[in-house]
Design a protein. Structure first.
Length: 163
């Protein structure tokens, strides 16, 4: 049986960072957060996915692609499980109310059904994907440095200089 690499042991941090950054992006863009149990479930699924994919993801482009897919799935999850109530989004609070739509059931031009701006939601989730890439690559670099440091100081691997 193969010993897991240190990078694979710390991969769950990238999943947790993706969920946290995705939630922040969603809230900044005017969306609402789902209930705490739903957030915990999404965080657990994100950590599990990051841990499972850590073995096969090598390279920043693939990691960025997977970060973008994760942000899209998180947006769908936040939108599906988070109800929108006027005044629950950060931008809605700052601007003093939700913009009224011309038709009773149709959202205003450029407004999402959940109450935020579609473009702002897209940009914030893209920024969250890029930040997830940076966090994940930083976690892997720190884990690689730790593993190299351990290899150099492990008494079983250090050879005695005497003949």
């Amino acid at each position: 049986m193969r010993t897991p690499l240190v990078q694979e042991k710390l991969a769950w941090v990238a999943g947790l960072a993706a969920v946290a950054l995705g939630l922040a992006a969603h809230m900044v863009a005017g969306g609402s957060a789902p209930a705490i149990p739903v957030l915990l479930c999404l965080a657990a699924l994100g950590c599990l996915a990051a841990q499972l994919l850590a073995r096969w993801v090598h390279g920043p482009l693939l990691l960025l692609l997977l970060s973008g897919v994760a942000q899209q799935l998180l947006h769908l999850g936040f939108d599906a499980f988070g109800g929108y109530f006027p005044g629950s989004g950060i931008l809605d609070h700052l601007h003093g109310g939700q913009a009224t739509s011309p038709a009773a059931g149709a959202p205003a031009n450029g407004a999402a059904p959940s109450g935020g701006s579609v473009h702002l939601m897209l940009y914030t989730h893209m920024a969250a994907a890029i930040l997830t890439l940076l966090v994940a690559s930083g976690v892997f670099k720190v884990a690689g440095l730790r593993s190299r440091r351990r290899e150099g100081t492990d008494p079983a691997l250090v050879r005695d200089s005497r003949p």
